[in-house]
Design a binder for this molecule. Structure first.
Ligand code: NI
Ligand code: MN
Length: 232
């Protein structure tokens, strides 16, 4: 299993059985992304919400690769009108695709589609828990503020071992809140995201790592550079 970061909240997960899952593929307009959108392949694309820095190149990549798009109901209606095959879902639901289970969970954010001319209503922003074939669960929170479900639903019920959470502040949690999120989620591995893409979300990930370590020494913060991957 591999988790590659493209900067911002864009990740590529290569599953135990070699499926390629992209999450929030903000590639061509992402100033820190080291790859070209044409280089990406995908079987599944998960979209957490309708903002351009997350929806990104979803349509371009799905068009070229035939990837299955997974997003909320409102996005699925919009994408179906553009001719895409989309699996729409909503908070609390789980989709089984191949041998992977994808559960949509709450996030505390907005989701309107800000990249179309007349901004379109985009339903609720979400996070995903992706359970791979051998059982590892990866939580991608999407953009979010700190919220209690991280403890009482996401940790208590789903227990993800790997958490991808934002630390950029301004539009999401900052390092202070994200360290509390880490404590509530209690995963083995945390990968910070949604920082240092733009000046307004500049953060020191090492400072975040120190905060997490002061709460729980067993938890490992994996700091990636755009283009780097975490593998197990
Ligand atoms: Ni957003
Ligand atoms: Mn964002």
């Amino acid at each position: 299993m591999e988790i590659k970061w493209f900067g911002h909240s864009a990740f590529e997960i290569i599953s135990d059985e070699n499926l390629k899952i992209l999450i929030d593929p903000f590639i061509s307009n992402n100033p820190v992304c080291p790859v070209k959108v044409e280089e990406l392949d995908a079987d599944i694309i998960c979209v957490t919400h309708g903002h351009a820095d997350h929806f990104g190149d979803t349509m371009e990549i799905a068009n070229r690769t035939g990837a299955q798009i997974i997003g909320n109901h409102e996005h699925s209606v919009y994408l179906a009108k553009q001719g895409f095959e989309v699996m729409g879902m909503n908070i609390g639901g789980t989709i089984k695709i191949h041998n992977i289970q994808i559960t949509m969970v709450n996030s505390n954010h907005s989701s309107d589609m800000d990249f179309i001319e007349e901004i379109g209503a985009g339903g609720s922003a979400c996070g995903f828990i992706i359970q791979l074939e051998r059982g590892r669960k990866i939580y991608h929170s999407g953009d979010t503020g700190l919220f209690g479900d991280m403890k009482t639903v996401i940790n208590d019920i789903y227990k993800p071992q790997i958490a991808l959470i934002p630390i950029g502040d301004r539009y999401t949690m900052g390092p202070f809140e994200a360290a509390i999120a880490a404590e509530w989620l209690d995963p083995e591995i945390i990968i910070p995201m949604h920082y240092n893409t733009f000046p307004v979300i500049k953060q020191d990930p090492e400072e975040f790592a120190r905060r997490v370590e002061s709460i729980n020494k067993e938890m490992k913060v994996v700091i990636l550079e755009p283009g780097q991957l975490y593998k197990e």
